[in-house]
Ligand binder design. Structure first.
Ligand code: PEP
Ligand code: MN
Length: 344
């Protein structure tokens, strides 16, 4: 349930509600908002508790939360969440966030060259996997900690914030020391131990939709992170598996406005994994922006033909720069702010 306090309710009244809820053995979660203070209780909430709280001074109403996801829901938190990735705000009202970089950190030269190019084109966040989830154990699985060092150097040189994937709970500390945002990949969207682990630390989380996950399962995975106390979750639509074979995945453009309606969390689109084909990335990126995405995450490589992973869906520097210009035009057309040109 959600206990909504009257506008101007005193701190004493709020404390009394929190204490009364706790007496029922339920954990109260204070949810301060711009418009009003609310206190959530999720999980098993008894009717007796709801009735006891409803009559306390300062309480406006007690509303049941109908969605299975709670802290992720707009019912519970009506105002849009803006997540800061390093210095970069991501979310409604913030400029379109452009995250770009190689699928994998392959070398210092490849990563620094890509970082410089995407920054010059207008990206503010560098992506790149040091720990790579691969369908085959014989494929390149990333440089690991050496890759994190390269990302750190790229940030120091370019000022770009870093988003990079973490695969196991045991790696969370090492990745969080370098990353401004921890990526949970599609294959790990329902790795609940990993979701708990990233929820227990303060760096923002970019949560990718599982390849066969419904929107509700996706939001319940976000709920795992939020419920542990980390409220900085960015959702990423990256395509789902369908019967279609010409594309790697089917980018679910529906999910973008649907998520924006169901949740207050920022939503970004990944047309690289969403299509699997470099020549489909730009049109689908534009569709994501038109549909209301708060940002894009795009794979870029100095020489896509030589990439150690996902070369076929990676953009060249020139194609990426052209896409940023067009995405900015679409963003303006749908009433979204865009960032000023990158400083020289
Ligand atoms: C990636 O971002 O390179 C990646 C592995 O993505 P996904 O988890 O969406 O497949
Ligand atoms: Mn990739």
């Amino acid at each position: 349930m959600l206990v909504v306090m009257k506008r101007g309710a005193s701190q004493r009244e709020i404390d009394a509600v929190v204490a009364r809820i706790a007496e029922f053995g339920i954990t109260p979660i204070p949810l301060p908002g711009a418009e009003r203070m609310a206190i959530g209780t999720f999980g098993s909430t008894s009717r007796a508790a709801a009735e006891a709280v409803e009559s306390l001074p300062g309480v406006a109403e007690v509303v049941p939360v109908s969605r299975p996801f709670k802290l992720a829901s707009r019912e519970v938190i009506p105002e849009d969440t803006v997540v800061r990735v390093g210095p970069v705000p991501v979310g409604a009202g913030a400029p379109l966030a452009i995250m770009a970089g190689p699928c994998s950190v392959e070398s210092r030269e490849q990563t620094l060259a890509t970082a410089r190019a995407v920054r010059a084109a207008g990206a503010t966040i560098l992506r790149g996997g040091a720990f790579k989830p691969r369908s085959s154990p014989y494929n390149f699985r990333g440089l690991g900690v050496a890759g994190l060092d390269i990302l750190e150097e790229a940030r120091a040189e370019t000022g770009l914030a870093i988003v990079t994937e973490v695969l196991t709970p045991g790696d969370v500390d090492a990745v969080a020391r370098v990353a401004d945002c921890l990526q949970i990949g599609a294959r790990n969207m329902q790795n609940f131990a990993l979701l708990d682990a990233v929820g227990d630390q303060p760096k923002p989380v970019l949560l990718k939709r599982g390849m066969s996950a419904t929107v509700e399962e996706f939001l319940l995975s976000a709920e795992y992170v939020l419920a542990r106390g980390n409220r900085n979750v960015i959702l990423c639509e990256r395509g789902i598996r369908t019967f279609e074979k010409y594309t790697r995945n089917t980018f679910d453009v529906n999910a973008i406005p649907l998520l924006k309606r169901l949740t207050h969390l920022p939503v970004v689109g990944d047309p690289s994994h969403g299509t699997g084909k470099w020549y489909l990335v730009a049109p689908v990126a534009l569709a994501a922006v038109a549909a209301g995405a708060d940002g894009l995450i795009i794979e870029v490589h100095p020489s896509p033909d030589h990439a150690l992973s996902d070369g076929f869906q990676s953009l060249t520097f020139d194609n990426f720069a052209a896409l940023v210009g067009r995405a900015s035009a679409v963003a303006r057309a749908v009433g979204r702010a865009v960032r000023d040109a990158a400083p020289a």
